[in-house]
Design a protein around this ligand. Sequence first.
Ligand code: SF4
Length: 234
Amino acid sequence: MYLLACAQIGLKVRGFTWDVLLKPSISPKKLSKADITTLETTGSYCDLPYKGEGVKYGDKEDAKLFGMRVFQKYIEEADKQFQRVPVVRTKESLFDYLVDMNKIASGIQQLRESVEGGNDCSIRNLTNCKSFNRLCEYHPICSGYTDKNDTTVFQTRDSSGRGTGGPAKGSLSTSQMNLFMGCQRRWVYKYVEKIERAEEWTEALYFGDLVHKALEIILEDRLVDPIEFPNSID
Ligand code: SF4
């Protein structure tokens, strides 16, 4: 995309070096007693000085504390978390890319029109529900666990009180196109219906609840068809 943009403004750039920092696979956690003791005795968190006050056992990491833990992870696993990739493109490959982008953009436009016209013909891609060890945020809908109107799990972006972010109306970002190619249904939820996960809802909660429900089903089966224990042991 960058090389294409350069070509379009007349810059002869054949390649670039791409520094990639992986998205952290961790999320904010609750502070343990050991964390609080370390904070109070050393004034540091994750080996970095921390001047904040008022945090206590059971509090969730705020953005600063979480950032410090992410930073520590990057330092400790620098070879896994960081990659430098040289990217070179020929004129022909740029042209092919431009053709692909046009096809994807028209696919997006057609799908948007069909959904807005009340006919959602998006295709689900079940092979993409878990990637980079993360479950898709819409899995609770596709698994039949709940529906998109469940406000304990989902909120619409406008009702969250935050800005919609992203590119200007009518334009397409690379991440939007990648998401569309990964799973059309996910693209519809995110960009047309503007559904996002409620802030208090976490993947861990979801898994906990799923396990609970599975156990309930197994136990109900057992109650219908109970295990018979022998009266005596020979
Ligand atoms: S929206 Fe797509 S990727 Fe997400 S859970 Fe459903 S099928 Fe999977």
